[in-house]
Design a binder for this molecule. Structure first.
Ligand code: AMP
Length: 438
């Protein structure tokens, strides 16, 4: 790209209109950050939620299929679109928008297979020499049983397809492995997503979420975060979509960050390009920091939730400009600036989550929590006759920062205690693992 066209994009970006797709805490945090960018004039969000409605314009959409979203985007005529959730990406929204000449941040349908098919992702990692757990693909029960012999216990079973966070089971003995593989292969656990399995070696270490933005060639890393997947304190209980996350530069040493960039992120972007599926958008690497170095647990092809909430809270750059550059393939040597103070997000979940969720409980105390300095991102809320009620498993993400991680944790939990709804539960140890680095 010439300097003239780059400057034209910069000029064109001074008063951007942006279309955000999604309705969770991730999209509330994105819209919150974008609405504060000097380059942004207007943020539209579909389908949005009551929290997002306070800072952006909600646009109604029939469903989240690529064609329904295309119709909305064509009517809005925005500078670019950013896709929050994985489903529209797996269904090819980026290909469709590009074919119509609409700038969009996200991967093509083929590249989105890094998330939508674990068989694609693991085969790609093996072919490209990327560090990950040893694995076998099992198409049926006999193949699964043969893999149990190979790996011993514990081992990890993963459904091939998208399974909304329910596609991974750690089996501690043969009985658990047999039950899990039968449950996946029969379709009982996650439907068609379980028709093929990855069976892999169990890795030990600390988990880190590392997200980078790419335009297919250039890469801009975000700060590291740590998610908390299990529902109860101490990483116990069933897995959830994520019960909280924190963002702190100390999660990784500069040397670890270099290793992750050199051994994982840059080789992935290069290999995707050379193998004919260039990757554009947010590459999310779920990593295990093992004794042998970082290894890939999974790839996602979009921003993580809840990780986006503490990330957007700490970000100190005009995010819209960098997203516009990504959508136009002009990321070049851009960088992101971050506030030094760590940020913490605690998810308040509804009664029953992650099992059968009760909806319709009235929520109070958000204004009081925000008066204490937190930002409260909505995820599963709805407004009924002017009363805010629970309407999903993860209801709110309470996010705050502080000069130290301990102070960030304390101010987040002070705000959490101001909020009430029947059946509300949350983890009380979000961020605690990070305290040893201070
Ligand atoms: P995934 O969706 O592949 O990230 O898996 C969900 C969770 O399962 C991860 O966040 C890890 O806690 C755990 N997990 C996945 N793969 C492995 C592995 N090979 N070894 C140990 N734990 C794993």
């Amino acid at each position: 790209m010439t300097i003239t066209s780059y400057l034209l994009i910069r000029y064109y970006c001074i008063s951007m209109k942006i279309f955000v797709i999604g309705s969770g805490g991730r999209e509330h945090a994105l819209a919150w950050r974008l609405a504060r960018c000097p380059s942004v004039r207007h943020v539209y969000v579909a389908p949005g939620n009551p929290g997002i409605a306070q800072l952006a314009e909600i646009v109604s959409v029939k469903d989240l299929s690529p064609y329904s979203l295309l119709a909305v985007a064509e009517a809005l005529n925005c500078d670019f679109t950013i896709v929050g959730p994985e489903a529209p990406l797996a269904e090819g929204i980026v290909d469709l928008f590009r074919a119509k000449g609409l700038p969009i941040v996200g991967p093509s349908q083929q590249a989105a297979q890094l998330e939508s098919s674990k068989v694609f992702a693991k085969s790609f990692m093996r072919r490209s020499g990327l560090p990950t757990a040893e694995f076998t693909i099992a198409n049926n029960y006999a193949e699964a049983c043969a893999a149990f012999e190979r790996f011993g216990f514990p081992l990890v079973l993963k459904a091939d397809g998208l399974a909304a966070g329910k596609g991974v089971i750690i089996a501690h003995n043969r009985q658990e492995a047999e039950t899990a593989s039968q449950g996946f292969l029969s379709g009982r656990l996650v439907g068609a997503a379980g028709a093929r399995l990855i069976i892999e070696e169990f890795l030990q270490g600390e988990e880190v979420s590392f997200i980078a933005l790419s335009d297919g060639k250039n890469v801009v890393p975000l700060e590291p975060t740590q998610d908390h997947k299990a529902v109860w304190d101490g990483d116990r209980g069933p897995n959830t979509g994520g019960m909280g996350a924190y963002c702190d530069s100390r999660i990784l040493t500069p040397q670890q960050t270099h290793q992750i960039m050199d051994r994982i992120i840059l080789p992935t972007i290069d290999a995707m390009a050379t193998q004919g599926t260039p990757f554009t958008g947010f590459l999310y690497a779920g990593l295990m920091m093992t004794a042998e170095g970082p290894k890939i647990l999974e790839f996602n092809v979009r921003l993580g939730d809840p990780e986006t909430q503490p990330l957007m809270h700490r970000l100190d750059s005009d995010f819209a400009e960098i997203l516009a550059a990504t959508a136009h393939g002009a990321l070049r040597d851009s960088t992101l600036q971050w506030k030094p103070a760590p940020s913490v997000c605690v998810v308040l979940a509804a009664h029953g989550y992650p099992g059968k969720v009760r909806k319709g409980d009235a929520i109070t105390g958000i204004a009081e929590a925000e008066a204490l300095g937190a930002v409260v991102f909505h995820a599963g809320t709805s407004l009924e006759h002017g009363v805010l009620k629970t309407s999903g498993g993860r209801v709110l993400g309470v996010t705050a920062s502080g000069p130290t991680l301990q102070e960030a944790i304390d101010s987040t939990y002070r705000a959490v205690s101001a909020i009430h709804f029947e059946g509300c539960h949350y983890r009380t140890d979000i961020g605690r693992k990070g305290l040893k680095r201070w």
